[in-house]
Design a protein around this ligand. Sequence first.
Ligand code: FAD
Length: 472
Amino acid sequence: MTASSTNELLLAAFGSDICISDPEEIVRWSSDSWGLCAGMAAAVMRPRNVQEVSEIVRFCSAQGIAIVPQGGNTGLVGGAIPDPSGKQVILSLSRMDNVRELDPINYTITVDAGCILAHIQETAAEVNRLFPLSFGAEGCCQIGGVLSTNAGGNSVLRYGNTRDLVLGIEVVLADGTIWNGLRKLRKDNTGYDLKHLFIGAEGTLGIITAAVLKLFPKPRSNATAIVALSDLEAAPRLLALTRDITTDALSAFELIPRRLVELAAQHTDRANCVPPVEADWFVLIELTNSDMNEALTERLQTVLEAAHDSAHIIDASIAANLSQRDQMWSLRDEVAETQIKNGAVIYFDVSVPVSSVPAFIQQATAKLKELDPQIDINAFGHVGDGNIHFNLLQTHDQPADLFLIRKNEYERIVYNVVYELGGSFSAEHGIGSEKMDALINFKSPIELSLMKAVRAAISGTTFNPGKLIPSE
Ligand SMILES: Cc1cc2nc3c(=O)[nH]c(=O)nc-3n(C[C@H](O)[C@H](O)[C@H](O)COP(=O)(O)OP(=O)(O)OC[C@H]3O[C@@H](n4cnc5c(N)ncnc54)[C@H](O)[C@@H]3O)c2cc1C
């Protein structure tokens, strides 16, 4: 079928309220906001409820039209972007944004897949509950996309990944069947836990249309600090010390390099919250719980004194009020925008055992410098989870295209170090289309063949062909 006949067929079947068929508008939906990748869809379908999703899927399956599910389109590996053929159809969940049920007694919230993450956090907060998932894209990403990428973020250390925060889901399968798995149960041992197949599946197995999410008591206080480390090796040691002293109060432990502080000073006013000392590495530490603020701040001070005595840290700034805390977090969360102001970026999102983070950064840096002594590295992120965003920045004397063309060379070096240390080449962002080569090179053949078997059994190639699983 040609792109224009697919477009006409869908428009005739579903009407212009659901089907966007104007090529100029379709272009807007067919690339990501970071300009990392672009394709072209035949049409964009915008259903209003699960029944309409089911009808669209049934129709497309029968016609052999491939569907690309799209949430907030903030994913960083091209998972929600159609291929360039102009034959695939984007199915956007953005109109399905209702909170279906808020149950503060059961500590659950049931939401449509198109609900924006920040809206879910705010709705939970209104009844004194916390939905803990939080990261830079929370104002735009949708919970269906968040589940499909099994997103992590800033509080995984305390509350786990998305996978740990989901009790039930509703999914439209490849033949249009609606599976209502919206259970609010914390215990259910009645066979395979099927929801976990769809979480992290990057839209290859079905369309997630709703989810039941776990809520938690809302912390009443927090204590936040940015700490200057004596060296990089101190990071995992300080993490262990902080956990020993604060037990369950530690909710975030984020690595901030000197390079990020320099970028922030150059492009924003956010660098003021960093202790004014000569240090190459900093961490943002946050404790949260239901203690009084003073008590929590005292616990943080105890950690910092012990860390100073053990020579892990040189200095620290503790946020004195909410606005200082916000400034510390915006230094961390707005790093993506800050980096882009500097020029082109090659992104790595890797994980290694927490204790191996210093070895990873040092070995990868040394090997990259052998290849390119001028290489500009910004390595930051969720060090408490062993997850580092190890980004390479364009240098001023190097045109963007000459820098980006070396991506494969850089990748080979970084991924080999990750592999040697028993790590993962994609800790949070998934595979999409962008990390397919790494998947083929580093995923074990048995895992790849199990993934293919699961897909063949559940959905064939209806959803997101060319993503997550290599084409035959
Ligand atoms: C500034 C910034 C910060 C970020 N920080 C983090 C971070 O700290 N941790 C982290 O893990 N990630 C982070 N991310 C990436 C993260 O994966 C996405 O932001 C988010 O999880 C994707 O949600 P989305 O709604 O935008 O999904 P999209 O980008 O629209 O889609 C992502 C994938 O899910 C599929 N999909 C979307 N909706 C559905 C659905 N309803 N059913 C089935 N499949 C679907 C798509 O086909 C695609 O494969 C960040 C991104 C940005 C831009």
